[in-house]
Design a protein around this ligand. Structure first.
Ligand code: C5P
Length: 222
């Protein structure tokens, strides 16, 4: 069969990674979580106490940071300089700082280069904010997932409760809105739907319904 690239973009907590993983596993493609790369860098920035707006220091740090996305039996693992940071990059502290780290032109330039190398071979499902617009502008399938902010906050809330964490719905909603705001307003490669992307509103859909729609789009170009 033909090898192709599937780009999935959209705002925070719209279900991108869950859908991308399902689609990748169904097609036996590689799943690449670009948000995890920005999160891993942010974790290191915070540990080294670099101010999130110091773009020079952050891009110097990125230049000497190794990142690997590894496929394990228990799902994808994120390795930063050999350390498994899969859990650590999901902390609230990282989540609330990542958009500030990700807005710098120098940082994005290097990240996009690394992501293109990963996507070079096709047969990838890649999710993020600028995949269809910048990272793989010639992707055969481009999807833009959206959902109401209430629904996205509710999904995050349920997820947190299920994991046994405490969760504050209003606070989660505010954090999601804040992150979308910074991601959409930044100068370099902001969060925006590519002209040729198919928009799916997932507010009233289940994960399986969304994955089925994406797979249907893929089957049209296979
Ligand atoms: O997808 P996730 O929520 O893990 O992404 C975390 C953050 O990383 C986003 O809010 C955004 O600031 C940044 N990001 C980005 N470009 C991407 C993927 C993520 O700027 N392609």
């Amino acid at each position: 069969t033909k090898e192709l690239a599937v780009a999935i973009d959209g705002p925070a907590a719209a279900g991108k990674s869950t859908v991308a993983k399902l689609v990748a596993s169904e097609l036996a493609y590689i799943y690449i979580d670009t948000g995890a790369m920005y999160r891993a860098l942010t974790l290191k920035v915070l540990r080294e106490q670099i101010p999130p707006d110091d773009d020079q220091a952050i891009s110097d740090l990125l230049a000497k940071t190794d990142m690997q996305l590894e496929q394990g039996d228990s799902g994808q693992h994120v390795l930063m300089d050999g350390e498994d940071v899969t859990e650590a990059i999901r902390s609230e502290y990282v989540t609330n700082n990542v958009s500030h780290v990700a807005k710098h032109a120098s940082v994005r330039k290097e990240m996009v280069q690394r992501q293109r190398e990963l996507a070079n071979k096709r047969s990838v499902v890649m999710d993020g904010r600028d995949i269809g617009t910048h990272v793989i502008p010639d992707a055969e399938v481009k999807i833009f997932l959206k959902a109401s902010v209430e629904e996205r906050a509710k999904r995050r809330y349920d997820e947190n409760v299920k994991k046994g964490f405490t969760a504050d719905f209003e606070k989660l909603k505010e954090e999601i809105e804040q992150r979308d705001q910074i991601d959409s307003k930044r100068e370099v490669a902001p969060l925006v739907k590519a002209n040729d992307a198919i928009e799916l509103d997932t507010t009233d859909l289940t994960i399986n319904q969304v994955a089925a729609s994406v797979l249907e789009e893929v089957s049209k170009v296979l």
